[in-house]
Design a protein around this ligand. Structure first.
Ligand code: ZN
Ligand code: ZN
Ligand code: ZN
Length: 629
């Protein structure tokens, strides 16, 4: 029996091996040979980041003459930072006369003896010339350099990827020889194994995959190339840390996440974990593709494999959770919504909303015993729309009208899609949206508490001169700051826009067509950019007078220093922090959120048509940003 097992084992291993080989070939066929030209060296298996590229998280140290790279946002290398703290000087004083400090030069130096090919070791000499100088150091280095003979370059270090000159009998460079010395002297096979596990000495803008198992190396490079198609920039140091954590693993796809991310040892931070998970996700997706598994098959889809953006403003792929279509009990509807999702590839948020609408529709049909396609009619469609319109939150409160309209719209989109793609041949024609169905908010339900009461707005208007901080902010005088706050308040009041939308208005944000003033603004929350919003001439006048003042230069530096530009992807921040609005009345509003948008009654009465316009490049600087000098 043991004999049979022993015979069987190699066959199985061979089978595994050929499977692994096919996977390797699949990955290799999909590698980009032109990836990061100038940074990635496929011969030396070495990545050397371009310090001037925004796609690589490494920059030259800002200290004049410092040969080191840094990955710190401050732009200073660790050697300089420690040295400055040590001498207790300001950066200006430090830069004027940088003290000696530990630096790691980006480029290997060469020996000062003319014609010598040796690597710089110390005192301007290569290792062999430095030794040849002997113990007698009375002779000046310059004199030694003048009389020394140049030496041919010794063989390269035995560590894979290390391009330094070997100096010892074991064929190692000085750096690796020192490492071996600390490890304890090894011989024969032990030494060979130790060398195989060593990495070249790298700068923090570099990583090397030399000496890694071929599968691990290929998987890592494939996943890095995939990940590199979108931000964040590649951080070579994170890759180096990850490689240390992966020590001993033969495959990145099969590495144990617990061992890589959670166990102790070399520092493993959130960024390393994020890198590991991101690379694994690309490999999982590739594996599903390789194995022929369709991520869109079945009723439960793994979000990580779908490559759908999170929502309209966060366009990177969603990674968490599953989408369960089995909540739509009516089979034909479930198949249509799946086909719609597969074909149109909506963002995850839209897909979930649509699924919720279809779930409500499915429940309405099931409850009325109308799940069969053939018997459906216009009445059933109306029943569904009513069911969606009357949806409530878990706590029983109604959804806002905008949300219910969105659900209706999404459901109609799915039905129209089903009709257009011939998936609803068995459903009678009248089962379709006849007129545009819209829910209107019952003012007693939704509007109360959303808009500020007129009395409060009147109070705020009466004390408008008190808005804004009393003191100056840097070079910005208090008067300019207050005027800016007062303008922001008036725009908030006059347009009902969100604070983030107000502070991201652009200089050309007013448009007059046929005497009607329109405000062009970006709705970051819904991802609808450059929307036209009709505004009153009074509000337009407020905006224009601010623009003139800004142009006049007196408030040149006024704005954005005090009004941070909210990034579209940033989580919502209470508007008081955006605008810094202060003064009587405003503080009493507590922490307003979307239910407290500073909406004037005037805007509600005068909603006007809001239409999307095609995007076109914006050349003007944002409205409230300081003018570039
Ligand atoms: Zn430095
Ligand atoms: Zn030399
Ligand atoms: Zn070496």
């Amino acid at each position: 029996m043991s004999r049979a097992l022993r015979v069987a084992a190699p066959i199985q291993a061979r089978g595994e091996h050929s499977g692994e080989h096919r996977w390797l070939e699949w990955l290799q066929a999909r590698m980009d040979p032109a990836w990061r030209a100038g940074e990635w060296d496929s011969e030396a298996l070495l990545f050397t980041g371009d310090l001037n590229s925004a796609r690589t998280a490494a920059w030259p140290c800002r200290t004049p003459g410092c040969p080191t790279a840094t990955r710190r946002p401050s732009g200073r290398c660790d050697g300089c930072r420690r040295a400055r703290v040590g001498v207790g000087r300001s950066w200006a004083e430090f830069d004027a006369a940088p003290p000696p400090r530990a630096t790691r030069p980006l480029q290997r130096g060469s020996c000062s003896v003319p014609g010598c090919e040796g690597d710089l070791h110390c005192a301007g000499l290569c290792f062999r010339h430095e030794r040849a100088r002997g113990k007698d150091r009375t002779e000046p280095v310059a004199a030694f350099i003048a009389r020394a003979r140049p030496l041919a370059r010794a063989a390269e270090c035995r560590v894979a990827g290390c391009d330094r000159e070997s100096i010892a009998r074991r064929g190692l460079c000085h750096f690796h020889n020192q490492r071996l010395h600390r490890r304890g002297l090894l011989t024969g096979d032990e030494l060979a194994a130790w060398i195989a596990g060593e990495r070249p000495r790298l700068g923090l803008h570099q990583f090397s995959v030399a000496g890694l198992p071929e599968l691990l190396r290929t998987e890592l490079l494939y996943a890095l190339q995939q990940r590199d198609q979108a931000p964040p920039p590649l951080d070579p140091t994170e890759v180096r840390i990850l490689l240390t954590r992966l020590a001993g693993a033969a495959s990145l796809r099969e590495a144990d996440p617990q061992a890589v991310c959670e166990s102790g040892g070399t520092v493993c931070n959130t960024a390393t974990r994020g890198l590991f998970r991101g690379l694994r996700r690309h490999l999982d997706r590739a594996w599903a593709h390789y194995a022929g598994a369709d991520p869109f098959a079945g009723d439960v889809w793994q979000v990580a494999l779908l490559d759908l953006p999170i929502n309209a403003s966060r366009r990177w792929p969603a990674t968490q959770g599953v989408i369960d279509f089995s909540v739509v009990e009516v089979t034909w509807l479930r198949e249509i919504v799946k086909d719609w999702a597969r074909t149109t590839r909506p963002c995850l948020q839209r897909l979930r909303e649509t699924l919720r609408a279809c779930q409500a529709a499915s429940r309405a049909l099931t409850a009325a015993w109308r799940a069969e396609q053939a018997g459906l009619g216009a009445g059933d469609f109306t029943r569904i729309l009513e069911a969606i319109s009357s949806q409530r939150r878990a706590d029983g409160s109604p959804y806002p009208a905008s949300h219910r309209n969105l659900m209706i719209y999404q459901f109609c989109q799915v039905i129209e899609y089903g009709r257009a793609s011939g998936l609803m041949a068995a459903v009678p024609g009248p089962f379709r949206p006849a007129t545009r169905h819209r829910v209107h908010d019952d003012p007693n339900e939704d509007e109360l508490g959303k808009a500020l009461p007129e009395t409060v707005i009147r109070q705020l208007d009466a004390h408008r001169h008190l808005h804004g901080p009393a003191g100056r902010a840097g070079a910005i005088p208090a008067a300019g700051l207050q005027l800016m706050h007062q303008t922001i308040y008036q725009i908030l009041r006059g347009t009902g826009r969100r604070p983030g939308e107000v502070v991201s208005l652009r200089t050309g944000c007013i448009e007059i067509i046929g005497g009607q003033h329109n405000l062009i603004c970006d709705n970051h929350k819904a991802g609808r950019m450059r929307r036209r919003l009709p505004i009153t001439p009074g509000t337009a006048q407020i905006i224009q007078s601010w623009q003139q003042r800004r142009k006049a230069g007196r408030t040149r530096h006024t704005a954005a220093v005090a009004v941070p530009q909210p990034a579209a992807a940033r989580p919502p921040v209470p508007w008081a922090r955006h605008t810094g609005l202060r003064g009587p009345g405003v503080q009493d509003l507590g922490r307003p959120d979307r239910h407290h948008r500073l909406r004037a009654a005037r805007t509600r009465r005068h909603p006007g048509p809001v239409r999307t316009v095609p995007d076109h490049p914006v050349r003007a600087a944002p409205f409230l940003r300081p003018k570039a000098r």
